[in-house]
Design a protein around this ligand. Sequence first.
Ligand code: 13P
Ligand code: SF4
Length: 297
Amino acid sequence: MKEEILRLKKERDAIILAHNYQIPEVQEIADFLGDSLDLSRKAMEVKERVIVFCGVRFMAETAKILSPEKTVLLPSLNAVCPMADMVTGEDLRKIKERFPEDPIVCYVNTNAETKAACDICCTSANAEKVVNSLSQKEIIFAPDINLGDWVSKHVNKRVILWPGYCYVHRKFTREEVLEAREKHPDAEILVHPECNPEVVELADYVLSTNGMVKRVRESERDEFVIGTECGLIERLKREFPGKKFYSLGEPKICDGMKSITLESVYEALRDMKHKIELPPEIIKDARESIERMVEIG
Ligand code: 13P
Ligand code: SF4
């Protein structure tokens, strides 16, 4: 299967971009593996004609928005992020009517038409920086309430939160952190900002998935407890064979991310499916929101 994928990739002039939550086999065939921010940056500079995006739909849409002249393929139609459907463009337009002066910051975990309706996007890696870059003292943050809450505690602004959430990260509990501390007293505990506030509060570091990879590389510790989707642990084990990694509690699985398999990547390249198509006016407006974010860092 791997050989076939490589052959087809050449034939189609394609590149495979994959998120850190992909299954190990998909991570291994990827040309580029990263978090949402890195994948967006990468999508802007791709030379190949075709991008096979191994991640969830909103990530593939972001790639299409940033490289509209490319063909972007999403190998599985089940590769969706439920959080992205928790706020719509229409919701944001209504908020704008109520709070006309407040800029709306949208987590990239949103659909293209929501991105088109917001003022600026952010990811978990740059949310604080993006919010701080705005001159207003009050901002609207959607859709992830936990990331918004965490940002609000690190900026000198009033942050109005939208009640969206990630069903995967919401499963981590305070008890799991306390238990992990007892079981692995020498380990650093790294969690994603999509986790609930009581989990984030007890962690040693709150980081995006790439932020976690960087922290492991720089840390002098040998043991880490990881509070994010279990795919990242596979990457860490592969890249740092001398260090030990434990899941925070039972491994947590994102079904959308896990719906992509080697077979579906192969079929995507063979049949050139499933193409991401977006209306040009949505691409134009959403691109402005994403580019503003990328400029900030
Ligand atoms: P990262 O940008 O940190 O990789 O997170 C994306 C995501 O969907 C987390 O659930
Ligand atoms: Fe969406 Fe959560 Fe899956 Fe990330 S882990 S893609 S936020 S459902």
